[in-house]
Design a binder for this molecule. Structure first.
Ligand SMILES: [Zn+2]
Length: 239
């Protein structure tokens, strides 16, 4: 079985028997730890920070949003990436012109965030929409599947997850740089939204930066990506 299959079906209501948790990066089932979906430093240590799922409008504190990874992946690769990204962001803050290798690293990081978030949505139950009563028909289904409720294609969530996982295994990111938009922002708060298989937005208030990344769309000119990103941000923030 593939990693994404395990992730997708583990919390599906038709799954009756589950094996031990696996690491979502390497399939190991030894020394499984809880990895935060969104890293701590993004929130400047305010553990009560909430984020809202666009699917069911339920809020979640970031410190409860965790996914399984083995300690080998967690301590070596993942923590190394986080430390490296903090350095890269510091460098971007001082730079007049951004280096391509730094931007490639931000792309990699955005892809990992997207994957972790999709995994998390597969592990979380829908429960209900907004302030309504518990949804007896659909409450038991994973959020990731309910995202495709309207287009009646719940397995699209598995395709999305698989594509997301595949993206992080592609080494070279140079042809993806036009799809990354770096914004300078003075707004002093954390913000974040995602449309799986489409785009992801993260602001880092302590660095006065925000990143918008189109996960698969390609642009001949960077300005096209930034115009589209601005258009989407305006829609999201005013909804
Ligand atoms: Zn692992």
């Amino acid at each position: 079985m593939e990693i994404t299959e395990d992730v997708f079906f583990r919390f599906h209501p038709s799954t009756t028997k589950v094996k031990d948790e696996i690491c979502i990066f390497c399939y190991s089932n030894t020394k499984i730890t809880r990895e935060h979906v969104l890293p701590k430093w993004l929130f400047e240590k305010s553990t009560k920070t909430l984020f809202i799922s666009s699917v069911n409008k339920q809020t979640q504190t970031y410190n409860k949003a965790v996914i399984p990874t083995c300690s080998a992946c967690n301590n070596s690769i993942l923590s190394h990436i986080e430390n490296h990204i903090i350095q890269v962001i510091h460098r971007l803050g001082k730079a007049k012109v951004y280096r391509d290798d730094d931007l490639s690293d931000i792309v990699r990081w955005m892809e990992i965030l997207d994957y972790k978030l999709q995994v998390y949505d597969c592990r979380r139950k829908y429960i209900k929409y907004g302030n309504s009563e518990y949804d007896y028909n659909w409450g038991i289904f994973p959020v990731a599947m309910m995202r495709h409720f309207i287009d009646m294609d719940p397995f699209k969530a598995h395709d999305f997850l698989r594509r997301s996982q595949r993206r992080i295994t592609v080494k070279a990111k140079t042809d993806r740089l036009n799809s990354l938009v770096v914004f300078n922002t003075a707004k002093p708060h954390f913000n974040f939204f995602i449309q799986p298989d489409e785009y992801i937005f993260v602001s880092l208030p302590m660095f006065k930066f925000a990143f918008f990344y189109f996960l698969k769309k390609k642009y001949n000119h960077h300005i096209e990506a930034s115009e589209e990103a601005l258009f989407i941000m305006e829609k999201v923030f005013n909804s």
